[in-house]
Write a new protein. Structure first.
Length: 216
């Protein structure tokens, strides 16, 4: 089933294209393959800056990065997890859409029987992952992972803190964030299905669910 956009897309009218990449590291060490891609292969627009944060909880890292980014003159913030590798043109492509929230797509790290794309639609009292095949390139969803998400700074300026909460037994920080953004300003994330990413670890999961091991 295709979950296409349910309303006309809201485009950002802007002359500026400054972006700050926000990397909330999950641990003290990283993957060499990701480091090579991030430093040498990912195309970054002129003037791109970045912030990294380690050593704290994921919600604290994300919050601290946004607070610091808001002190800059960057118009877009690009959340990039240190286990997500996308197309080399992913950042510039997402920026070209001029959307409040534009995302790449990757497979969630779950057991085989639970595995699906990291994008979900509300279904009754829960959420269901979207189908791997869609009838459009740009697809609106209710929730996506925060591993490769371009967010216009106005989203954080209009939505009050806390932006990210993950309580024991509760929904994760990405579900919390997108649910709050929609409740506060009625904006939902848009997936670009041509921006297919690999979710890496001691293995790689492609969007077609193929799994291969990874050199560490």
């Amino acid at each position: 089933m295709c979950w296409d956009r349910i309303r006309p897309l809201t485009r950002i009218q802007t002359a500026s294209q400054k972006v700050m990449v926000l990397i909330p590291h999950k641990g003290e060490s990283g993957y060499r393959q990701w480091e090579r891609w991030w430093k040498d292969e990912l195309v970054k627009p002129p003037g791109t800056s970045y912030l990294e944060q380690r050593g704290l909880s994921l919600t604290t890292n994300r919050t601290g990065l946004v607070i610091e980014a808001l002190k800059s003159d960057a118009e877009y913030f690009f959340f990039l997890d240190d286990d997500v590798i996308g197309p080399n043109e992913m950042l510039t492509t997402l920026m070209s859409h001029r959307l409040p929230i534009a995302c790449g797509i990757y497979m969630a790290k779950k057991r085989n029987e639970e595995r699906g794309l990291s994008a979900w639609m509300k279904m009754g009292n829960g959420y269901a992952p979207i189908a791997p095949e869609q009838g459009a390139r740009l697809v609106q969803v209710d929730v996506t992972g925060l591993g490769c998400v371009l967010i216009h700074r106005s989203v954080f300026e209009r939505v009050p803190q806390p932006w990210f909460v993950w309580e024991f037994g509760g929904i994760s920080e990405d579900f919390f964030f997108f649910d709050k953004v929609y409740r506060e300003i009625e904006i939902k994330p848009i997936i670009d299905f041509e921006m297919k990413c690999r979710h890496i670890g001691t293995f790689i999961i492609d969007t077609d669910a193929n799994v291969t091991t990874l050199e560490i």
